[in-house]
Design a protein around this ligand. Structure first.
Ligand code: 48C
Length: 314
């Protein structure tokens, strides 16, 4: 009698256990297309010469990427600056980000502005917050643009250390039209410029005067990176912003301003410190109605505007 009882117990226990394993397997199942070793996009390069991936539509599976990164409970800090008349871009930037930018992830936006009172009310989704920091306006747009490096350096030091895993620093005169998600996360991330992805490097608009710290010779360079978007781990972006801030101030002391301000210094930095991941121009495109063969999806664009009207100086 006792023996039969024990056998029954063992059988029942076994059934429960295998049921749990079965259930667990079901929960862990993730069905997606089998990776192909031999096929992939052939019209674009998907890897840099230093083996960093270049992210293009068709080269990643967004559901798979999300399932990997969601497990890590990440926070992505994202900064924008809106000074002077650029406050008019904040609403579209934030609203379109709510629709397309790291949807389902914890995102903390930091907005630097001289007019906190004119920041519109934007309904933020769950786990998404906006912090506004008041900063004094500068007279020249070039100074506004360049001063971002120092502000970012300080923000990382004073605010972000234990509050975020990654940071992206974006222009505000922009709008999202398609997914920008966890496929963009990496240690050090640069975006290939939408107008210079297919020209020889001697035609890149690098700083060409040796007197500037941003100088790059005609026969040097990898890609031309956009100053409108960069990011990565806090540590790497801190090093980037600190270095660019230092190089900018050496240039200022020598009365030289690089041809594209902090974008020129960013390009010098990326030449010496290779990004671990590159984003294709899908991630900073010319405009929503602009077309080019390799661009299968427009994710993020510059917003058309009249620079003469919107900038504080020529
Ligand atoms: O917030 C301003 N106000 C200005 O008057 C000039 C620049 N800026 C910030 O700097 C914005 O965040 C801009 O996005 C960024 C510099 N980038 C540009 O103006 C262009 N996309 C060229």
């Amino acid at each position: 009698m006792l023996a039969r009882h024990s056998v029954l117990m063992v059988v029942v226990f076994g059934m429960v256990l295998s049921g749990l394993i079965y259930l667990n397997n079901i929960q862990c199942r993730l069905v997606y297309k089998q990776p192909d070793v031999l096929a992939g996009r052939t019209d674009v390069a998907s890897v840099s010469p230093w083996s960093a991936p270049i992210i293009w539509e068709g080269n990643f599976d967004s559901a798979l990427i999300d399932s990997i990164y969601k497990q890590h409970n990440l926070t992505i800090a994202t900064t924008v600056f809106a000074m002077g008349k650029y406050t008019r871009f904040v609403k579209d930037f934030l609203e379109s980000a709510e629709e397309h930018y790291f949807v389902g992830f914890r995102v903390h936006f930091y907005l630097f502005t001289d007019q906190p009172e004119s920041v519109p009310e934007v309904k933020m989704g769950e786990n998404r917050t906006l912090t506004i920091q008041k900063v004094p306006v500068l007279n020249r747009w070039q100074d506004i643009s360049m001063s971002r490096m120092e502000k970012l350096e300080k923000l990382i030091e004073t605010e972000l250390a234990s509050k975020a895993d990654y940071i992206f620093c974006l222009d505000v005169d922009t709008k999202f039209y398609g997914r920008w998600g966890a496929e963009t996360l990496g240690r050090l991330v640069g975006v290939i410029h939408p107008y210079l992805y297919n020209v020889p490097r001697n035609q890149f608009t690098y700083e060409r005067r040796p007197a500037s710290k941003a100088y790059i010779a005609a026969e040097e360079g990898d890609y031309y990176y956009a100053g409108a978007a960069f990011g990565g781990s806090l540590e790497d972006v801190h090093h980037l912003t600190r270095t660019c801030r230092e190089q900018l101030s050496i240039d200022a002391a020598n009365s030289i301003e690089a041809v594209w301000q902090e974008e020129s210094h960013l390009n010098k930095y990326f030449l010496l410190n290779k990004p671990s991941k590159l984003l294709s121009p899908e991630y900073m495109w010319r405009g929503i109605s602009e077309q080019a063969a390799p661009i299968k999806i427009v994710r993020f664009t510059n917003v058309p505007k009249n620079y003469a009207e919107i900038r504080p100086n020529p």
